[in-house]
Design a protein around this ligand. Structure first.
Ligand SMILES: [Zn+2]
Length: 537
């Protein structure tokens, strides 16, 4: 794993490996594309290793082009160390979600935690040993560089590590901590603290130079020393927060988040500009009363039959037109609310589609309309005066799995299926379709189990509790996960929990779902209650 900072250092690593084993070196995993982690890779290529890496090789250090990067690096490690250098970080086996190698009967999972330290971050996980190689997402002193990554993505990566629950976490630099959870907590505390400070500075109109004043000065000629890292991170986070305040994020790393009714009320009080969307199932509830300035969307507008199979998602062009018509702008936050109670799935479905289009700031109102009304907050009957927006700039790439993907998961167990429907439908005791039961091997995680009672309302359970309940079912972040339900909406709720709240890297929805599967009589069906199917790997 990783190949040191130069061919000379790579040779030393190779000799060290050779002093332990004569086995062939088949794979080299690069945790990211910073020179100090891959400039020795050519040594391993030459002895026949294939490279596993994230295909996104961009970093600040590489901005001036490959030759300039080498020249700059020679200044760091010296010409002697760089003799025989060639770039060798282009992956033979690219990983963008998660991938499992089986070597000598041992499973080795390579997974992408998102663009936390760099756009091309990977981590390596040994599930049997519960050992994580975190790359530079974790650094001994908890001050991970975010200059090539982003603070929101780093927080997401930390959530992924928490969800894995490693016994041992090996950081990219420095000693292995006695308590991995403590290092994760320390890193998180540092990132959130810095974000809060910089956000406050931006909001009070304090210029960046002055906001950085309390920090120790950067060390000259040592760009990644602790003091230099602190300052450079602060610059990066100041700019992130400034963009956030100005409504120009473009930060594709930002994941949809929960918004409490308190937070939304605060946004309204401050006069924040955002698009509010009411997706309650029954349009008459909207006419009777809705949150001020909310525009109505019925989620059934978002689906139609495809080749006869009902309730399938539509093409990106269709959604682009609809989003524009609803006044959804890509430079403003979108807040989606459902009825709350037990109807959250209308909201998570729209959130999943918006995320599929790469909207940078999507929020889900926790507790929905029900909680808002219960708290006696303002309700309106007037419609919003909105102008159509431009269509979304990106392309529509939702996280979907095909029927073939699911068939393969059943036959080869290369992905874990999660059924988000109620237990009686999973067991085959209820259901509207032609056949009842579930897809063989699927684990049942009923989406409503992720909600807890608060007063009369229903809100999301805290992340720790969600994490524990998924883990208890063997639904862990090192696995490729395919979710299904009756027709995408219930699965989108589990997707929101796993991908957005818990930071799982490889989650997709089988959009044909039980509606398609059950009607194809040649496909196998299983019945019976939930058992822990977590052992198949
Ligand atoms: Zn690095």
């Amino acid at each position: 794993m990783d190949a040191e900072a130069s061919p000379a250092a790579g040779e030393t690593l190779l000799r060290t490996i050779r002093s332990v084993t004569k086995q062939p070196i088949r794979w080299l995993v690069l945790t990211h594309h910073h020179p100090d982690h891959h400039f020795g890779a050519i040594v391993f290529r030459r002895v026949g290793a294939k490279v596993i890496a994230h295909p996104d090789t961009r970093t600040l250090a590489s901005e001036g082009g490959p030759d300039e990067q080498v020249i700059n690096w020679i200044r760091v490690v010296g010409l002697d160390a760089m003799r025989g250098f060639e770039y060798a970080d282009t992956p033979d086996r690219p990983v963008t979600g998660s991938d499992t190698l089986r070597i000598g009967g041992r499973a080795i999972v390579v997974l992408s935690p998102g663009p936390a330290h760099t756009p091309g971050d990977l981590m390596v996980w040994l599930p049997a040993e519960r050992v994580l190689f975190a790359g530079d997402v974790l650094i001994e002193d908890g001050v991970t560089m975010m200059v090539d990554g982003s603070a929101p993505a780093l927080l997401g990566a930390l959530a992924t590590i928490d969800a894995l629950g490693p016994r041992v976490a090996v950081p990219g630099h420095g000693a292995i901590p006695a308590d991995p959870g403590a290092l994760v907590a320390r890193t998180r505390e540092y990132v959130t603290g810095l974000r809060t400070e910089m956000r406050a500075a931006v909001e009070r109109g304090i210029p960046m130079k002055r906001a950085l004043d309390p920090l120790p000065p950067a060390d000259e000629n040592r760009p990644v020393s602790l003091n230099s890292r602190r300052r450079r991170n602060a610059v990066r986070v100041y700019i992130e927060e400034e963009k956030g305040v100005m409504g120009l994020t473009g930060d594709s790393a930002a994941r949809p988040m929960l918004l409490s009714s308190d937070q939304l009320a605060e946004w309204q009080r401050r006069g924040e500009v955002f698009r509010l969307i009411d997706v309650r199932t029954d349009p008459f509830t909207y006419l009777k009363g809705h949150l001020p300035d909310a525009v109505y969307l019925n989620t059934e507008t978002l689906r139609a039959a495809e080749r006869g199979t009902p309730l399938q998602i539509l093409s990106g062009d269709w959604y682009a037109q609809l989003f524009a018509r609803l006044g959804i702008r890509w430079d403003q936050p979108v807040v989606v609310y459902s009825a709350g109670e037990t109807h959250n799935i209308d909201a998570t479905f729209l959130v999943w589609l918006l995320a599929g289009y790469g909207h940078p700031r999507v929020y889900l109102l926790d507790g929905g309309y029900f909680k808002w009304e219960l708290e006696q907050r303002p309700i309106a009957k007037r419609y919003p005066k909105l102008v159509p927006a431009s269509p979304p700039p990106g392309t529509f790439r939702p996280d979907v799995a095909s029927l073939d993907d699911v068939r393969r998961a059943v036959e080869r167990h290369d992905a874990l299926l999660v059924d988000a429907r109620p237990p009686d439908q999973y067991a085959g005791e209820a259901g509207a379709q032609m056949r009842r039961g579930h897809i063989p091997g699927a684990v049942n995680h009923y989406w409503q189990d992720d909600l807890g009672q608060e007063g009369f309302g229903r809100i999301w359970k805290p992340a720790d509790s969600l994490r524990a309940s998924y883990r208890a079912q063997g639904i862990t972040p090192d696995r490729r996960l395919i979710l299904y339900c009756n027709s995408t909406t219930e699965a989108s709720h589990v997707f929101f929990a796993l991908k957005f709240l818990l930071g799982y890297p490889d989650v997709r929805i089988y959009t044909g779902s039980w509606t398609e599967w059950s009607e194809r009589e040649e496909l196998p069906v299983e019945t019976g209650g939930t058992e822990k199917a977590g052992a198949t790997r």
